[in-house]
Design a protein around this ligand. Structure first.
Ligand code: ADP
Length: 500
């Protein structure tokens, strides 16, 4: 366990300079105080120390930001040539790359996640999303339609959907923002971004870079604030065309219900309880080592976490032994310490929620073979939970059925493919799954049978901005990334011309 004595000393000059500035809302390319003058604190979850007070957007700020985004929709942004839009999106990607270390450190301090992992994963995916989508503006062509009417020339145009409210969670703050911002900009939309209240800082750093990249005023507005106030006001606002949301199932469903009143478009990337399946004929060393990473990466605070490990009974003991040995190697610590693998949970609330699952599991007789306790010593002021492994839980118990969103792995056994697929699919979730086997036929059969938006075969947790990502069932609808990712920011206009 380790903790830098003074986390701020680990920050770059740029990151420190950024944190000294007042943290304001960004509307119309201006940094402004909230109309009501309110601020809210953001804390380092590893130490519980205050990092900054941040302007808190209220209903009036949402009004101003949405008006700005609607003006921008018909301003210079709308008149820009596709290759000019491409150039700006590419410049934003280049600026993120230039400030990769600064951003990774700021995000680490705010979220608790290891800076090295943020640099390698979140920042790369953010840059990747922008560069991938930068290629789209020049390729968004319509069609000519051979209608069965004389002398008619009919064609379609692909037009931007309008103002997008991007509402993002605290576990991948920058990356989730870019997954929504990049296709929205490529489609010609404008955006009001509301970062999660726990992690507002990287979005404000991004706002600076967006201005530097040359986005015209109003094309991106950033409103730090609370879900129930700024988030809710965005969802209710008639000037917003679409809500692009990633977050909890409960809030997602609430947003869908609210957005239905004026038929706003919605895309939802919600939770997951993802089965990671190891067959007896798999490369067990590789599969089991990967299984530990699949759950403990970012302390399990990942919707795609491989939180339900299902192992063919005859190799259960062997797999468990490797998973435990791999887990024992993982360092818990401050995200700014270079050898940290698991940072803290995001907040005291999240810590109580996750440790509540573990305590109830123990009370129900579920065996906890590893972890389960709050980390003490130098880490006792933070929200650290030791990596935890639970055994012998049945499918209907909450640790198997519910998304825990913490460093808690549940390991179960199965005996046949049919039993496995029936049990793995017997859940409301359907985000992702892993399958480990050397039998190619079995791998594809199980991949087809699993009800999940993504299935990884002999690997886990891979992402690419060209590969669609999203859920089946109550894990959501709509896809981020890939060609499908930009579709949801466009609408089709059909034009009829009488050539007679
Ligand atoms: P998590 O459980 O990961 O914190 P939430 O679904 O609570 O996920 O939050 C995800 C995002 O949704 C955050 O930006 C949060 O502020 C926002 N949010 C929460 N409640 C609402 C709401 N009623 N309307 C709009 N956004 C909301």
């Amino acid at each position: 366990m380790n903790l830098p004595l003074d986390p701020l000393k680990h920050l770059s000059v740029n990151a420190r300079a950024f944190l000294k500035q007042p943290m304001k809302l960004m509307i119309d390319n201006q940094f402004v105080d909230a109309c009501e003058g309110k601020v809210f604190p953001t804390y380092d979850p590893a130490t519980s120390q205050l990092i900054a007070n941040v302007s808190e957007a209220g209903i009036a700020d949402v009004e101003v930001a949405v008006a700005s985004a609607n003006r921008a929709l018909v301003g210079p942004w709308a008149k820009m040539l596709p290759n000019e839009r491409e150039a700006i999106i590419r410049r934003l990607a280049d600026l993120i790359e230039k400030h990769a270390d600064d951003l990774a450190q700021i995000e680490s301090l705010d979220s608790g996640k290891p800076a090295a992992q943020i640099r390698a994963v979140d920042i790369e995916l953010s840059i990747g999303a922008l560069r991938y989508n930068a290629g789209w503006p020049t390729k968004l062509h319509g069609q000519t339609i051979p209608v069965s009417a004389p002398e008619m020339h009919v064609y379609t145009r692909r037009e931007p959907l309008g103002v997008i409210a991007a509402i993002v969670p605290w576990n991948f703050p920058l990356c989730q923002a870019c997954f929504k911002l990049a296709p929205a900009l490529a489609a010609g939309c404008t955006v009001v971004l509301k970062p999660a209240e726990q992690t507002p800082l990287s979005a404000l750093f991004l706002a600076n870079l967006a201005i530097e990249a040359g986005l015209p005023p109003g094309v991106l507005n950033v409103l730090p604030g609370f879900g129930k106030v700024a988030g809710q006001a965005l969802v209710e606002h008639p000037g917003v065309a679409k809500i692009a949301f990633t977050g909890s199932e409960a809030v997602g469903k609430h947003i869908v219900r609210t957005a239905a009143s004026d038929l706003k478009h919605v895309s939802m990337e919600l939770g997951g309880k993802n089965p990671n399946v190891i067959f007896a004929d798999a490369d067990l060393d590789k599969a089991a080592a990967s299984a530990a990473m699949a759950i403990f990466f970012y302390s399990g605070q990942v919707c795609a976490a491989g939180s339900r490990l299902m192992v063919e009974r005859k190799v259960y003991e062997r797999v468990l032994e490797i998973v435990m040995a791999e887990t024992a190697k993982l360092k818990v610590g401050h995200g700014l310490s270079p050898d940290t693998f698991l940072g803290p949970l995001i907040s005291a609330d999240q810590f109580s929620r996750v440790s509540g699952f573990v305590e109830r599991a123990k009370a129900q007789g579920i065996e906890c073979v590893m972890g389960g306790n709050k980390a003490g010593g130098a880490l006792s002021d933070g929200h650290f939970l030791e990596p935890t492994i639970l055994l012998n839980a049945s499918d209907n118990q909450e640790v198997v059925a519910d998304e825990i969103f913490g460093p808690v792995l549940v390991v179960q056994t199965f005996d046949s493919i049919d039993e496995l697929t029936t049990r793995a699919n017997n859940t409301g979730f359907g985000l992702s799954a892993g399958v480990w086997t050397r039998d190619v036929g079995k791998a594809h059969k199980v991949a087809a049978a699993l009800q999940a938006g993504t299935v990884w075969i002999n690997t886990y947790g891979n992402f690419d901005c060209a590969a669609p990502w999203g859920g089946y069932k109550q894990s959501g609808y709509g896809r981020d990334n890939g060609a499908e990712g930009i579709e949801k920011f466009l609408q089709t206009k059909t034009v009829w011309t009488n050539c007679n």
